[in-house]
Design a protein around this ligand. Structure first.
Ligand code: ADP
Ligand code: MG
Length: 606
């Protein structure tokens, strides 16, 4: 018996390899465009006929190739982009496997024309079936033009496998879009059957997104931008109202390479949670930049799937960056009554930007008034509206118009005072007190929540709440996730009177708590606060601090069913009506109701 193993001829080996890299016209489009990008072009033109089945041509003004390189480029494993294995882990180019041109030359008729700046003449090469048919010196502009004709002409099985022109063209548009979107500073055009379909001038990323996805996104993009030592993320997400019923305008780029990642998609969807309908898909174009050593792009022949060294970090980062941006956007008050356009455009109304500004805006009653459900009716009469306008008179600085002062005379609560006589507690839940016009029925827990919320708000921004040192500091062990959370909250908690020290191994020592937390109950108080915080975590419109304040207020408020003494009742009422916004809880529930005497009289037929 003779030996039976033989080496495959190059053209067959290339054809087999081509099956992985070039599955359809769109794959060739991707490879050729990426090569043009790698060549440093700032003008890239794509021309296709018959959805790429007849012709795919990419013309660039990049650095071109020497005569020898032009021949070499079509050899398998011929690449200028890596030379040692370590290079794989610092890849900055789109290509590196040295397979694309070899594959293309194995399954199509290829015509290459290229010239470098330093060469007087260019070179023209024709290749078919991996064999060079023609090579000559030609006049050529600087850059490269590669045309591939009759894709799969020599692999009929593959050619028959191609879908309709419409379907293949859609794939090409997808690939074109992905490359064009990640390089807004490169001009791209796309001509199909003689018609220019895309003409994308250089510009900003936002400009490019709108050029590609349509003008309707123009005012509907929320910018995402977070930088850390480990990674950066930037890009845009569509405002929730632009979410669509079909998946589509969703793009992830890692080091400018489009990738598909169900995992990261999940992170974004999570960030949008509850802002969009369950079965809808938000638009996003997000760019993650990180050290190439932190990822493996070589897990898939078309490089659309990659592996992160630490997937979990990337997930958490993406999710929180998007959440953060959405929170910033949704905190911008939507005014539901007519205000001057000049007022709407003041910085304070249109963009509470920095973390600091944002939380102070979020804490302000003005913000609450605009954003909380059913709150606009608290500003009813024309005269009150006038005050708001005065407050926002253009030119008047935010700084010299302190919220509390300017509002003192306009919120309805001032009319509720003075209160007359003693107050009584009903069902250990309600407090009833007479005023000039009738009586007020106060819900003690709701009222206390409002008081604490405003007190905490003032404390985080100004004078901290006094801490009562524990004589016997308790320790507290938490789940890992809770430890992470608590660590984030520590600085604010400290201002609020909680003195907690991380003790390693998910353990904290409680050195002190605010004076009004019962000694001995510190641990439960903190655990409950964390529970409450996690509950609020679903709510994207709030900053971390806002969630903390709300959680603490809820958790520490005196509960319905608690019996109160005369002095406690009086304090509660005094403090309530000293609040900037005494009539509602931070979540918009009423704290008291007013019953007017004339209306009571009417009820009794008087
Ligand atoms: P890879 O991109 O992985 O290196 P390719 O087969 O796509 O492999 O390309 C092989 C080589 O040919 C590239 O490394 C590059 O040096 C050269 N090349 C390909 N396209 C161009 C182009 N448009 N302009 C300049 N050089 C190119
Ligand atoms: Mg390439």
């Amino acid at each position: 018996m003779p030996d039976i193993i033989q080496l495959l001829p190059d053209n067959i080996a290339n054809q087999i390899a081509a099956g992985e890299v070039i599955q359809r016209p769109a794959s060739a489009v991707k490879e050729l465009m990426e090569n043009a990008v790698d060549a440093g072009a700032d003008e890239i033109k794509l021309i296709v006929n018959d959805a790429g089945k007849a012709l795919i041509q990419v013309i660039d003004n990049g650095r071109g190739m020497s005569e020898t390189d032009a021949r070499m480029a079509f050899e398998r494993h011929a690449t200028s982009k890596i030379s040692i294995i370590e290079d794989l882990f610092r890849i900055k180019t789109m290509g590196f496997r040295g397979e694309a041109l070899a594959s293309i030359a194995a399954v199509a008729q290829v015509e290459l024309k290229t010239r470098r700046q330093e060469d007087e003449t260019g070179v023209y090469i024709e290749i078919e079936n991996s064999i060079v048919k023609k090579q000559e010196v030609v006049a050529s502009p600087v850059g490269t033009s590669i045309a591939m004709k009759n894709l799969f002409f020599n692999v009929p099985a593959r050619r028959n496998f191609l879908k309709s022109n419409a379907a293949e063209l859609r794939h090409i548009v997808d690939e074109f879009t992905r490359v064009a979107m990640s390089f807004p500073d490169i001009f791209f055009s796309f001509t199909s059957n003689g018609q220019e379909v895309f003409h994308l001038e250089k510009g900003t990323l936002k400009h490019r997104i709108v050029q590609i996805l349509g003008n309707n996104y123009n005012a509907k993009l929320v910018s995402v931008q977070e930088n850390t030592d480990y990674m950066n993320i930037y890009g845009f997400v569509g405002k929730p109202e632009t979410a669509k019923r079909t998946r589509g305008d969703q793009y992830f780029f890692v080091n400018n390479r489009f990738i598909k990642s169900a995992y990261l998609n999940h992170a974004v969807m999570n960030a949008f949670n509850e802002m969009i309908a369950k079965d809808s898909f938000p638009m996003y174009a997000l760019f993650i930049d990180l050290d190439p050593a932190q990822l493996d792009i070589n897990v898939h022949p078309t490089k659309q799937e990659i592996k992160f060294e630490d997937e979990k970090i990337v997930y958490a980062f993406v999710q929180s960056a998007v959440k953060h941006s959405l929170a910033q956007f949704s905190i911008t008050p939507t005014l539901d009554f007519d205000l001057d356009i000049s007022i709407q455009q003041t910085d304070a109304v249109s963009k509470p930007f920095t973390e600091e500004k944002r939380s102070s805006a979020a804490a302000s009653s003005l913000y609450n008034t605009f954003t909380q459900k059913n709150q606009s009716h608290f500003i009813e009469s024309k005269s009150e509206l006038k005050h708001w306008k005065e407050f926002y008179e253009p030119g008047k600085k935010m700084a010299d118009a302190k919220y509390s002062n300017s509002q003192q005379d306009i919120h309805p609560a001032n009319d509720q005072r003075p209160m007359i006589g003693d107050a009584f507690q009903l069902h250990n839940t309600y407090i009833i007190i007479q005023n000039l016009r009738g009586y007020l029925l106060v819900h003690q827990q709701n009222a206390h929540e409002r008081i604490l919320y405003e007190r905490f708000n003032k404390a985080v921004d100004g004078k901290p709440i006094a801490t009562q040192r524990s004589l016997f500091p308790a320790t507290m062990e938490l789940a890992v996730a809770d430890t992470v959370l608590l660590n984030e909250l520590l600085p604010d908690l400290n201002h609020l009177g909680y003195l907690l020290e991380p003790f390693g191994n998910n353990t904290f020592v409680i050195q002190g708590t605010p004076a009004d937390v019962d000694q001995g109950n510190e641990r439960t108080a903190i655990e409950k606060m964390l529970e409450q915080y996690k509950h609020f975590s679903m709510d994207l419109k709030f900053s971390k601090r806002e969630k903390l304040l709300r959680s603490l207020a809820l958790q520490q408020s005196v509960k319905a069913g608690t019996s109160l003494g005369q002095k406690e009742i009086k304090n509660l009422l005094d403090e309530l009506f000293d609040c900037d916004m005494p009539n509602i809880t931070p979540n918009g529930k009423p704290t008291y109701l007013e019953f007017k005497k004339d209306e009571l009289d009417k009820l009794f037929g008087r």
